[in-house]
Design a protein around this ligand. Sequence first.
Ligand code: 5RP
Length: 223
Amino acid sequence: MNQKDTEKKLAADKAVEFIEDGMTVGLGTGSTVFFAIKKLGERVKQGLKIKAVSSSNASTDLARSFGIEPVPIEDAGVIDINIDGADEADRFFNGIKGGGGALLFEKIVALNSKKNIWIIDSEKLVSRLGKYPLPVEVIPFGYKRVLDILRKYSPAVRMKADGFFKTDSGNFIFDLHLNKIEEPMPMDAELKQITGVVETGLFIDIADTIIIGRKDGTEILNK
Ligand code: 5RP
């Protein structure tokens, strides 16, 4: 395993230690969460009883492959702990998410959760957000107008080999090249008031705990 994956696994395994019998657990999305779902699956096999809520089709498939059957969010009630990754996080508990395109459902799961734990490798902890392109979810209908409004932020419509990348809701992702975000809150508000923008990858003040994988262990930041 390479250094980055080792850090991701260390952070993920540590997060799963917070899960107790009877809890409802949010499953984020991405390559770091992969390790958490795998670990959770191992604990479930050993007898841990949980309810899981997934934030994406990909995580639902993954959970099933590890013996966890997610329940619909509508039937789950309040989620006790949500474990998710991030593309960037700062020490003010703000972050950028959506590198995997699951930001809308991830935010909904996060906002339904009592405690949000982010698991990241050490490179993702930054002093200022924005180097990572900010994903914004946009409705396909009339998207060129939104693209035009966002022109100043050098938006790239996310593509895959056979056409547009589509989220689990069938929307597009625009990746904004901001380089630095001085103030996340007004940036988020500016983007959200554009008709056609569904959600942004700015997660402000949502994480309660950030677990950073380091080469020889983990660092835990608590709000
Ligand atoms: C997906 C996400 C992911 O949590 C984020 O992209 C981090 O992914 P990874 O763990 O693969 O680096 O927000 O929408």
